[in-house]
Write a protein that binds this ligand. Structure first.
Ligand code: HEM
Ligand code: HEM
Length: 471
């Protein structure tokens, strides 16, 4: 167990604290606006399954709105929120000021320029084709890459100047995630991989590494900082955390081909992807056990703290969603589930149930410490329960519906039969989605209270020794 980080006193002055708080707040506010926009579009998409003629103009077609929803949730919401959290965690756990406040602002501007330009381009019909999660025209993706490089530089320089002996585990995950994603984003742009089977292979590589080497390590890094902080106890096993980090790195990058089973990609490549999808159980179960064991015996704290409840749901989302992914990668089950709504359920179980809940847990745990302002209990309660119940309805309805859809296809029924069979599940998805969206409005209200609201009872930042969480 590392204790070095706790052995030093904070070297953050009042000015540094304020600058860090304003960066963290600005990233969170910006991300929240993207969450509202992206999920309003998601709700419209869900509505269109029942009313396909609604909004028939070119700008509102499903084909344009769908990538707007996915890219805005990925790069406007989750990426920006996670980077804001990563900055806060890097500075506090290293007990040092952020290397460059200016670079952090530049990064935020670049992230937003890319997301706005990408959204406008997609709605005007400029789309880089069938390359999922990288539909933005490539020059716009270069702006996103520039934002990543700026972020990597700033995080590394901050941690390199730490006043602690060790690099706290969270920073391994967040810095690893940003560096890997620079490579992934670069590979996705290289022109010689953009056609034929090379394109298929790189598409799988990009798609899965966007979720596995970007959102996953950043969200896990937040768990490793916020959990000990909320529980005032060290993480169960630092060594297990390091082990999960390295096994994640060894197994994840090779599993992209599981998106293209039964395709013309070499059979051995598909089989390798399946084998490594099974191997992913090692970091997933190792990491999840570490978080759950850190929470052991603290049921009372859990039921009294909404930040902890958000994190608990996030950990369960990570465990269940990723294990589901392993099962989904087997050929026998891909035969049923591939291209069905079951996969959309998996996407939301992971990107929502894991990543988005992790962000919320992190924001509620840490933003009040930074700004000295906190949300009300009613707001926390409404947000938590509407998001949990809504996403539960969303995921369960699509998992059942998607299975029926796949079996219809496998049994050779007319395609229209599978559409008819899905009808009621689409309606339930809409009900779940509406609850989720309402919860985002409450979240925005809570963010407002944590940033612009009146100062509350939270202990001021200077009084909280940085890096305490790591002890
Ligand atoms: C670590 C274990 C995981 C495995 C083995 C796994 C496996 C899979 C498989 C096999 C598919 C393809 C389904 C199909 O096309 O039929 C898939 C899709 C997907 N997974 Fe996972 N998954 C894992 C974890 C995650 C996590 C942690 C996330 C999010 C953070 C995630 C996000 C997604 C998304 C967004 C898709 C949809 C991709 C698309 O649009 O086609 N997965 N996963
Ligand atoms: C109110 C909340 C939300 C609603 C109503 C919603 C709705 C939708 C709809 C209708 C689709 C299209 C599915 C299809 O093509 O059949 C979709 C796709 C997707 N959404 Fe959402 N969404 C919401 C929140 C989110 C969030 C917060 C994230 C990520 C952080 C997200 C990530 C995705 C992904 C990755 C896909 C592609 C799924 C796939 O191809 O497997 N969504 N969403």
């Amino acid at each position: 167990m590392q204790t070095g980080v706790a052995a030093h006193h904070s070297s953050l002055g009042e000015k540094d604290n304020r600058a860090l708080a304003s960066i963290f707040a600005a990233y969170t506010v910006s991300a929240t606006l993207w969450l509202l926009f992206a999920t309003a579009v998601g709700l419209l998409l869900a509505y269109k399954f029942g009313a396909p003629d609604f909004g028939a103009g070119a700008w509102l077609t499903f084909g344009r709105l769908r990538p707007i929803h996915t890219n805005a949730t990925f790069y406007g919401w989750a990426s920006v929120a996670l980077v804001g959290l990563a900055y806060y965690v890097a500075a506090r756990s290293s007990r040092i000021a952020l290397y460059s406040v200016k670079l952090a602002w530049i990064g935020l501007v670049l992230f937003n320029v890319a997301a706005v330009a990408g959204t406008v381009a997609l709605d005007l019909g400029y789309n880089d084709g069938n390359l999922e999660y990288r539909e933005w025209p490539w020059p716009i993706r270069l702006v996103f890459l520039a934002a990543l490089v700026v972020t990597a530089w700033n995080l590394i320089a901050t941690v390199a100047r730490r006043s602690t002996d060790d690099i706290y585990l969270s920073n391994w995950y967040t810095i690893g995630g940003v560096l890997w994603t620079c490579i992934v984003a670069l590979v996705a742009i290289l022109p010689w991989y953009q056609y034929g089977l090379g394109q298929v292979s790189v598409s799988g590589y990009y798609m899965h590494n966007a979720v596995g080497m970007w959102f996953t390590p950043l969200a896990l890094g937040i768990f490793y900082y916020a959990l000990p902080r909320l529980l005032s106890r060290p993480i169960y096993s630092y060594a297990l955390g390091v082990f999960a980090f390295w096994t994640n790195l060894v197994f994840y990058p090779i599993i992209g081909a599981h998106h293209f089973l039964f395709s013309p990609l070499p059979w051995w490549l598909q089989t390798t992807a399946i084998v490594f999808s099974v191997a992913m159980l090692v970091p997933v179960w190792g990491g999840s056990a570490n978080f759950l064991l850190t929470m052991r015996g603290r049921v009372r704290d859990l039921t009294h703290s909404y930040p902890l409840m958000f994190i608990l749901v996030g950990v369960i989302g990570y465990l269940v969603g990723s294990t589901q992914g392993t099962v989904e990668a087997f050929r026998s089950l891909q035969e049923v589930w591939h291209l069905t709504n079951f996969t959309v359920g998996h996407s939301h179980l992971t990107m929502y149930g894991f990543v988005t809940f992790a962000i919320w847990g992190g924001v509620y745990a840490l933003l009040p410490l930074a700004t000295g302002k906190e949300p009300g209990r009613l707001g926390l309660m409404l947000h938590f329960w509407m998001a949990v119940v809504g996403s539960f309805i969303y995921v369960i309805s699509l998992s059942i519906g998607g299975t029926i859809q796949g079996l219809d296809w496998k049994n050779g029924l007319p395609f229209i039969q599978s559409v008819v069979d899905m009808q009621e599940y689409y309606v339930w998805r809409g009900v779940g989605g509406a609850l989720m969206f309402l919860s985002h409005i409450v979240f925005a209200w809570n963010v407002w209270r944590m940033t612009y609201g009146r100062a509350a009872r939270v202990a001021p930042i200077a009084a909280l020794p940085a890096g305490e969480a790591a002890a």
